[in-house]
Write a protein that binds this ligand. Structure first.
Ligand SMILES: NC(=O)c1ccc[n+]([C@@H]2O[C@H](COP(=O)([O-])OP(=O)(O)OC[C@H]3O[C@@H](n4cnc5c(N)ncnc54)[C@H](O)[C@@H]3O)[C@@H](O)[C@H]2O)c1
Length: 406
């Protein structure tokens, strides 16, 4: 056998990838998957808006990557573009739209037998979380790979620190702090002629039904680290929050700050804080306090009776998460992170609802809740671009959720 024939025989099975949601993260994820493993071909793009597909394509073309193979025929605009993309012969789909669409897109991807990378968070309400759990189980039955965008689970520094926490390096865990205190976020300026639906979908972080609010959309990263490191059940939450700096209609109906107190099994209590306001002190991290020390996965450190510091190389976890997924598929042991991200998303929703209502809310209450943020009459699968989804008012702690007007 010649060397060339041997090389050909060793080539991995090609993986054909399609992207749904060609915005900032989707474009990044498409680039990352191309760099994650040999034999990856990016073949299709879908987005509601043709201008987003065009911008994404322009970037991907500029990379001159040999795996880039998107033709005009495989670009799918419109609210139903994702359906056509799922039917175009791909093996793996990247779901990178606003999270409100995720339960629908994930279910359809699994039903059509696709491996899935989906961005965090994966739902905005408990009804959506339960759909993700069901589709995740179906993916398991079908042997499909499912990886999500909680990058820290694929980052060596975090993996090593959390492993040490689990092995008892800080003794019995007593408490934690989890912060995502950031500056202002990007915002889409409304253009004349934009209908409400287009404005809301383009400006999605500011509408509860599309983003789940900042604690779900952004802070889920940190709460996922909490859930992972503690490895035990959340019991309940109380919280507060509001709009301090972002008060105009362009900021929709979400808060710009939250403070939530979580109780977990085993007497563990922790404070979670999340802010998106310009000019403040920025701090993102989680600290775990135990009977024998303090661990910080973000810093890769343990202080106390067994001090330790991560000395390994830093790596690009945005690429690593795709490499891990593809390696697991090719090895016939596909990863399935659906339950893990569904539960972290629900942990964030629990905190949000505690803050919105001003009430103590338990894990069972939120898990069983019928809360569905879909605007009245809105069809996720086939939105009517002319019928504008009403915007709920900004939640007021202490006022029952039902009392909020549409
Ligand atoms: N893991 C991370 O570090 C990270 C970082 C940024 C964003 N994200 C997540 O990625 C997701 C996307 O965020 P983004 O910053 O890229 O937002 P974005 O607005 O830049 O991109 C979202 C894209 O989805 C498109 N879209 C909306 N509804 C759609 C639908 N029904 N079908 C097809 N396309 C649709 C929009 O037109 C837009 O192009 C969010 O869930 C966000 O939380 C994760």
């Amino acid at each position: 056998m010649t060397f060339a024939v041997l090389q050909e025989a060793r080539k991995p099975e090609p993986i054909r990838v399609g992207l749904v949601g060609c915005g900032g993260r989707g474009t990044g994820a498409a680039e990352d998957v191309l760099n994650a493993a040999p034999g990856v071909r990016l073949v299709a793009l879908a987005d509601v808006f043709p201008d987003r597909i065009a911008k994404c394509r322009e970037h991907l073309v500029s990379l001159r990557h040999e795996g880039y193979a998107v033709t005009d025929e495989h670009c799918y605009p419109g609210y139903d573009g994702w359906r056509r993309l799922l039917d175009c012969g791909i093996d793996l789909v990247l779901l990178c739209t606003p999270p409100g669409f995720r339960p629908l897109h994930f279910a359809a991807a699994v039903e059509s037998g696709k491996h899935v990378f989906f961005e965090k968070p994966v739902a905005v309400d408990p009804v959506g979380v339960r759909k993700i759990l069901a589709s995740g189980e179906e993916a398991e039955r079908r042997g499909l790979g499912v990886v999500t965008g909680t990058i820290y689970r694929h980052t060596r520094k975090f993996i090593e620190t959390v492993r040490r926490i689990h092995e008892g390096a800080i003794g019995e865990i007593l408490s934690f702090r989890a912060h995502y205190n950031a500056g202002a976020l990007w915002r889409y300026d409304r253009k004349s002629g934009d209908r409400d639906l287009e404005f809301q979908v383009r400006n999605w972080p500011y509408f509860d039904w599309l983003s789940g609010d900042i604690v779900v959309e952004q802070h889920v990263h940190t709460l996922d680290v909490v859930s992972w490191a503690l490895g035990r059940k959340a019991l309940r939450a109380i919280g507060t929050g509001g709009q301090a700096a972002r008060t105009g209609p362009e900021h929709g109906n979400v808060y710009d700050h939250f403070a939530i107190d979580y109780a977990f099994e085993g007497g563990v209590h922790g404070l979670s804080m999340n802010r998106q306001i310009a000019g403040g002190h920025g701090e993102v991290g989680a600290w775990f306090v135990g009977t024998e020390g303090v661990a910080s996965p973000y810093e890769g450190t343990i202080a106390g009776s067994k001090p330790w510091k991560y000395e390994g190389e830093s790596e690009n976890a945005y690429v690593r998460e795709h490499s891990d997924l593809i390696e697991s598929i090719r090895a016939g042991k596909p990863l399935n992170e659906a339950r893990q991200i569904a539960e972290s998303t629900l942990l964030a929703i629990l905190g949000r609802e505690a803050a919105y209502t001003g009430k103590t809310i338990t894990w069972e209450q939120i898990l069983d809740s019928d809360l569905d943020l879909t605007p009245p009459g809105f069809d996720w699968a086939n939105p009517d671009p002319v019928r504008d989804p009403p915007v709920r008012s900004v939640p007021m702690p202490g006022r029952p959720r039902e009392a909020r007007t549409a």
